[in-house]
Design a protein around this ligand. Structure first.
Ligand SMILES: [Zn+2]
Length: 315
């Protein structure tokens, strides 16, 4: 390299930082069918090898100079993986390995509570977990993972999302708060189950935020969801059965357009929220969720050591 001009060290550092995304937009239903250009410019795509298998493809994008990763939970070209079969551990592990510190995840739940209707954009603040068969922790057999879940989502990230939602676009209602109950699927819920969830305090019902939110916390990644309400939960409204239609009799015929519009608003809103927080130090419990174990010397700095299965498999 002798004789070659060298850029100043400061410039090098800045350039490297701007190229390393720290934010993952995790797309839910409809993520495979966004309007052209919604995510900006695609730079690269890869599936990440993890101790839990391959992640979904992780795409690196840049939108108006802001670099971020994007992952579509349910597939690349259509609805290929239903909620119980998503490899949540591989996806969240991949995010951590790539250096992600914040995840905004979207989900398309049904409305249980009368407060919500299809086409609404909701920023829930609590979860009831009714999933049954999904691996729900990285810390199998490890003696760690006793982590508080209140608030269950990253509050600064949720607040940034609410601010971004309030600024951009019109037409869809924006509502903060609400409890999301996560069911196993892929079947929809029975009417009796929905009545039960309503009594338990649930406002929205979906199949995807668990265990994703809990896994993110285990790896000290901030996580907040955006819910775009796609239908009424079973029995929440009396609607005529519509044979062969999406959410047969659970979504008024006039509602489909509002639902699609709500979903299409999410990328710009999420990118604006992530951008508003980018570069700042994280001052939230999620950033240090494992601190107690670190202080006691139970875990070290490298997260790969925290999650390694007993016996060293997958290291
Ligand atoms: Zn946080």
């Amino acid at each position: 390299m002798d004789g070659q001009p060298r850029p100043p060290a400061l410039l090098l550092r800045r350039s490297a930082q701007s190229e390393t995304p720290r934010f993952l937009l995790l797309g839910g239903s409809g993520a495979y069918a966004l309007p052209a250009g919604a995510l900006g410019k695609l730079l690269s795509s890869r599936r990440v090898r993890t101790p839990y298998g391959l992640s979904n493809p992780v795409h690196r994008f840049e939108k108006d100079g802001f670099p971020f990763f994007f992952l579509s939970r349910h597939g690349e070209r259509g609805y290929e993986i239903t909620a119980p079969y998503v490899n949540y551990r591989a996806n969240v592990y991949a995010a951590k390995l790539l250096g992600v510190t914040r995840i905004i995840a979207w989900t398309g739940p049904g409305a249980i509570s009368r407060k919500y209707r299809p086409g609404d954009l909701v920023f829930p603040d609590d979860i009831i977990d009714f999933t049954r068969t999904r691996p729900s922790t990285f810390y199998e057999g490890k003696g760690i993972g006793f982590l508080r879940q209140h608030p269950v989502f990253c509050e600064p990230l949720r607040e940034a999302l609410l601010r971004a939602a309030g600024r951009g676009g019109r037409g869809n209602r924006v509502l903060g708060g609400g409890t999301y109950v996560c069911t196993e699927g892929p079947r929809l819920e029975t009417a009796a189950e929905i009545r039960f969830f309503a009594k338990a305090g649930a406002d929205l019902v979906g199949m995807t935020l668990c265990p994703e939110a809990f896994l993110a916390r285990e790896l000290e990644i901030c996580y907040a969801p955006v819910a775009y309400v796609t239908n009424y939960a079973e029995g929440a409204r009396r609607l005529p059965y519509r044979r062969g239609a999406l959410f047969e009799g659970m979504l008024p015929a006039s509602g489909a357009e509002a639902v699609e519009a709500a979903k299409n608003r999410i990328p710009a809103m999420a990118i604006a929220a992530a951008r508003a927080l980018a570069g700042g130090e994280r001052d939230c419990p999620c950033a240090v969720s494992m601190e107690r174990y670190r202080k006691r010397g139970v875990i070290g700095a490298d997260f790969r050591e925290w999650v390694a299965p007993p016996g060293g498999r997958g290291r």
